[in-house]
Design a protein around this ligand. Structure first.
Ligand code: PRP
Length: 199
């Protein structure tokens, strides 16, 4: 039996270059359906609590805005930006804070919203950083989890999809800042070189 191929959700190819191609991994519709389930899971754990969502720029922006609208009740959000040195298996795990939070998280129920969990080094740094600020609860929701790439011993509390070790773009994820506006989560491939290297 041949496996049904996911078809793009729209004609938006995000300026695809001739030497690059994309294959749909998770359609926008599947993402949106999964977000409804994730929102229900989170609200099951915190039915009446105000939730403070923290988005790690920039990849998780669409995920945050879509998830926030699925969560009923009181929701606020904030943004933070980090850069990591030498992502990959030889990484030192050093992470630099580029933009700090705007408001205190002390005593709040914080949900860290990440687009992708890869080596886990960024999340490990962030969890330590947030814990020092004494939130009431600290939970993590990730859209995509590349479990097989993990180096740091961290896990998300809520996971959208476990994905294989392929270079993914779209729905906020980029290659050289491009393709964030692709509606679907796609695998990026180069015509001449085969698959793009790592994520
Ligand atoms: C991605 C993602 C995480 C990090 C995960 O950010 O948003 O923050 O990588 O990788 P790790 O588990 O190996 O630490 P990226 O550096 O691509 O920045 P962006 O969100 O601005 O695209």
């Amino acid at each position: 039996m041949t496996k049904k191929r996911a078809t793009p959700s729209s004609k938006n190819t995000a300026g695809l270059r001739p030497e690059e191609s994309v294959r749909v991994l998770i359609t926008d519709a599947r993402v949106k359906a999964r977000l409804k389930q994730l929102a229900r899971e989170i609200r099951r754990d915190f039915p009446t609590e105000p939730l403070h969502l923290i988005s790690v720029l920039k990849g998780s922006v669409f995920f945050l805005t879509d998830l926030a609208r699925e969560l009923g009740g009181e929701v606020s959000f904030d943004f933070l930006s980090v850069s990591s040195y030498g992502h990959g298996t030889d990484s030192t795990g050093e992470v630099k804070l580029i933009k700090d939070l705007d408001v205190s998280i002390e005593g709040k129920t914080v949900i860290v919203v990440e687009d992708i969990l890869d080596t886990g080094l960024t999340l490990k740094y962030l969890l330590r950083f947030f814990e020092e600020k004494k939130p009431k609860h600290l939970r993590v929701v990730v859209l995509l989890d590349k479990v097989e790439r993990r180096i740091a011993d961290v896990r998300a509390d809520y996971t959208g999809f476990v994905i294989p070790n392929e270079f993914v773009v779209g729905y906020g994820l980029d290659f050289d800042e491009r393709y964030r506006n692709l509606p679907d989560v796609c695998v990026l491939q180069f015509a001449s070189r085969g698959k793009a290297k790592s994520a």
